[in-house]
Design a protein around this ligand. Structure first.
Ligand SMILES: Cc1cc2nc3c(=O)[nH]c(=O)nc-3n(C[C@H](O)[C@H](O)[C@H](O)COP(=O)(O)OP(=O)(O)OC[C@H]3O[C@@H](n4cnc5c(N)ncnc54)[C@H](O)[C@@H]3O)c2cc1C
Length: 398
């Protein structure tokens, strides 16, 4: 095994050869783009360009042996201890590398689920390709009548010899429009208690009968979709886990989702920008604004520490625990604090475009905050998890 010091050197020379060091003076008030947002709002052409950039980067990273340091060698990894992956992430953060946002759901949630529950055939077919950026994955869980209450998934999968036939509808599927595969949670036995009759599958999105229809959000862009399934045939080898064992497969994905959403709880650069905005608008002498900004800063700092603690556990190889729900809750609470102080600082300039730099542009972030409260489990559902699994309070009556 390569020593950690040698690995760090290897990673640094790869990054030096392929990326520029991160600049810290890059943002200048009043200059360049004033776009701010939590989710990336892009036109279809910009989305395609971002995806192509992410994929080209992943090929380089993979071929240099750095895309999946801890993964099993049989599926494209290097079988190095988890700390090597952490070292690479740390070093990488000091370089400007292309956005990997379009690959995040596939790599952060679908790939770990395939690794934990897939057949050898499925692992061989997709894991290497996913880590090389060639196969993009999406999460086909939510339905019009199954969101927080995921166990009520109604999309059917019926066995037909060595295949399954899928019929039904999914909704809110992020990135489905450019995904190659999706992790679909389906009902395989309607006669047993709800969470005992589910099975998960890897579905190729180009299979006949899969139809992706983009949804338009109130921010104006379309990042998620409805996906319709009509007699979609999936080989049994693409089943994840046991027949009717889909609930534990879904939990693997959701644990990884929480780790992934919770890990974004530091947004110091946004806070700095709001402070700067208040300063340029002459509002930092207003005691209410000062208090709101200080409150925001304190909460963002604490959330950053809490999330770092949760991520340490994950990096040390432990599964993401219920405490990741507290990270997700503080992230949304801080988003709301940020949106509230912004609204006070900007007033009407937030809703009417005066043409002034860095004012109306913030509307996007304010319109995205409600989505943050829902994605990856709503605030209410997170509070239930914290109440029952962290604080040990009595269970919600069901
Ligand atoms: C930006 C974004 C991206 C998303 N991407 C994906 C994706 O890629 N794939 C995917 O499958 N899904 C995705 N989703 C869907 C997301 O998982 C659901 O929105 C979420 O699970 C909530 O489900 P719902 O929208 O059906 O709301 P509902 O479950 O119908 O909830 C409605 C309201 O009732 C409350 N509520 C529900 N149950 C309880 C309870 N037991 N106690 C107290 N209050 C309760 C909720 O908190 C909420 O306020 C995404 C959502 C967003 C916003």
């Amino acid at each position: 095994v390569v020593s950690l010091a040698a690995f760090r050197e290897e990673a640094t020379s790869f990054l030096e050869a392929n990326a520029a060091p991160r600049r810290h003076d890059e943002f200048e008030w009043g200059a360049g783009s004033d776009e701010v947002g939590l989710f990336v709002e892009r036109t279809p052409a910009e989305t395609a360009a971002e995806l192509a950039g992410a994929q080209a980067w992943k090929v380089k990273e993979f071929d240099a042996g750095l895309a999946w340091p801890s993964g099993p060698a049989a599926f494209g990894g290097r079988e190095l201890p988890a700390e090597y992956g952490r070292a690479y992430t740390e070093i990488k953060a000091t370089f400007e590398t292309p956005s990997e946002a379009p690959l995040a759901i596939g790599l952060g949630m679908v790939a770990p689920t395939i690794l934990a529950h897939g057949t050898d055939e499925v692992k061989r077919r997709y894991l290497r390709a996913m880590h090389r950026g060639e196969v993009v994955g999406c999460q086909l869980f939510s339905e019009p009548s199954a969101g927080s209450d995921l166990a009520s998934v109604a999309m059917r999968a019926e066995r037909d010899g060595e295949e399954w036939v899928l019929n039904g509808q999914k909704v809110w599927t992020s990135e489905a429009q450019h995904s190659h595969i999706g992790e679909a949670l389906c009902r395989t036995d309607p006669s047993v208690p709800r969470h005992k009759g589910l099975t998960a599958f890897v579905v190729e999105m180009t299979t006949p009968g899969v139809e992706v229809r983009p949804l338009r959000q109130m921010t104006g862009s379309s990042t998620f979709n409805e996906v319709f399934f009509t007699d979609v045939r999936v080989p049994d080898s693409h089943r994840l886990g046991d027949v009717n064992g889909g609930w534990s497969v879904a939990l693997t994905t959701l644990m990884n989702e929480r780790a992934f959403v919770g890990s974004g709880s530091t947004f110091q650069s946004l806070v700095d920008r709001v402070v700067e905005l208040a300063r340029t608008r002459g509002m930092t002498s207003d005691p209410r604004i000062r208090q709101a900004l200080a409150d925001l800063q304190v909460n963002v700092t604490v959330a950053g520490w809490n999330s770092a603690r949760g991520m340490e556990k994950v990096r040390a190889g432990q599964p993401p625990g219920p405490e990741m729900s507290t990270s997700k809750l503080s992230l949304t609470a801080n988003c709301r604090r940020l949106a509230d102080v912004l609204t006070s600082v900007l007033g009407p300039a937030l809703v009417a475009d005066t043409g002034a730099w860095g004012t109306y542009a913030w509307r996007q972030l304010v319109l995205e905050v409600p989505g943050m409260r829902l994605a990856g489990g709503t605030d209410e559902v997170m509070r239930n998890i914290v109440a029952e699994r962290v604080l040990g309070l009595p269970k919600e009556p069901r």
